[in-house]
Structures are given as C-alpha cells and as structure tokens.
Design a protein around this ligand. Structure first.
Ligand SMILES: O=P(O)(O)OC[C@H]1O[C@H](OP(=O)(O)OP(=O)(O)O)[C@H](O)[C@@H]1O
Ligand code: HPA
Ligand SMILES: [Mg+2]
Length: 178
C-alpha cells in the first residue's frame, strides 16, 4: 500500500460537534417538511448515519442512496463519474438534500446536482462535510459545509484510499508509506 495513516486532521470530538451544528441548521430549515436525504455511496455513509440522527421528529426524513465512483484505487480523480446504483425514489416535487463526505474537484457533485435537477425536485441542496476549496475545477453551490480543509489527501470517517481506512473514527492525512 502506498499510503499509511498519518496525523489526525479532524478529531472524533470535532466531527461530533460539527455534525450536531449542521444537523441543527438543517432541522431548523426543514422543520415540518418532508426531505429525501441522498447519501452518496460509499464515502458519505458514516457522515450520513450520524447527520440523520440529528433530524429528530421535527423533520420527516427519508433516505435514499446513489452510488458513484471516480477515484477508484487512486488519489487522483479519473475525471469520469460513473453512476453505479441510481436512486430508488422518485424525487419529482420533493425537497432533496445531497449528503457528501468531501467536495474536491467538484466533478462528482456537479454531475450529481445536474442529474437530480433534471428530475424536477421542489428544492435541491447539498450538505458536505469537507471542502477542499483549492482543488475546485467545477463550480458547486453548497448550502451546508462542515470544514474547509487544505489540499491533502484525507482518510477516515468514510473516506478511503483504495478502499482502505473508511472505518477510522477521525479524519487523518494519508501519508506516503515510503
Ligand atoms: O469533488 P471530486 O473530485 O469529484 O471528489 C469527491 C468525491 O470523490 C470521492 O468518492 P469516490 O468517487 O472516490 O467514491 P467513494 O465515495 O466510493 O469513495 C468522495 O467520496 C466524493 O464523492
Ligand atoms: O482527500 C480525499 N480522500 C479520499 N477520497 C477523496 N476523494 C476526493 N478527495 C479525497
Ligand atoms: Mg464518494
């Protein structure tokens, strides 16, 4: 393996606090409404599960899943976004929030936003835990952002390097193994 677990960038405690903050904002904005939360597999799964538990009874929250892939076994985007599994819900006329672990080049989220917008939801917003702003090549409009992070490849809390390290409870920098 070319990378190993490096220093902690965002601790479990910081993640917990931020998820609560984002959850409270979304809960406030959508109280009394139905929202379809779209988890972008696989990276967003841990953030999604934690965030959705913050919705409480005030929001009529429903789940759906979208599987895409562009990084594969690399730390560089292939530049091609592939839909591996589409939503199973009709989002026409619904409030939709896309939940993502990281916004890097913006390729994945710009592709997903366009795809879902064509299905005419009532509203469409994005909630992203990490934003690697410097790397953006595609503009993406995000309503809810957790942390702005530097241009480092990160792992843990759902984020992988070649399928490894998603289970780590904190976000770490991936460090070259040599
Ligand atoms: O802004 P971008 O440059 O498009 O990068 C962000 C995307 O890349 C990663 O997913 P990946 O395609 O590696 O699949 P995964 O979620 O299964 O890890 C990450 O989870 C985001 O979905
Ligand atoms: O820094 C990252 N780590 C893991 N997956 C990613 N996908 C885009 N950027 C990253
Ligand atoms: Mg992903």
């Amino acid at each position: 393996m070319k990378y190993r677990i490096g220093r902690v960038l965002i601790s479990e405690g910081q993640l917990r606090e931020k998820v609560k903050e984002l959850g409270a904002q979304i809960r406030e904005d959508y109280k009394g409404e139905k929202v379809i939360f779209v988890c972008v597999l696989k990276g967003a799964v841990i953030f999604f599960a934690d965030l959705l538990r913050e919705m409480g009874p005030e929001v009529d929250a429903q789940f759906d899943f979208l599987a895409i892939s562009s990084y594969g076994a690399s730390t560089v985007s292939s530049g091609i976004v592939k839909i591996q599994e589409d939503l199973s819900t009709d989002i026409h006329g619904e409030n939709v929030i896309i939940v993502e672990d990281i916004l890097d080049t913006g390729l994945s989220l710009s592709y997903i936003s366009k795809l879902l917008r064509e299905r005419a939801p009532k509203s469409l917003e994005i909630c992203v835990l990490l934003d690697k702003e410097e790397r953006r090549t595609q503009p993406v409009n995000v309503k809810y952002t957790g942390f702005k992070i530097p241009d480092e490849f990160v792992i843990g809390y759902g984020l992988d390097y070649a399928g490894h390290f998603r289970h780590l409870p904190s976000v770490h920098i991936a460090e070259p193994a040599e």
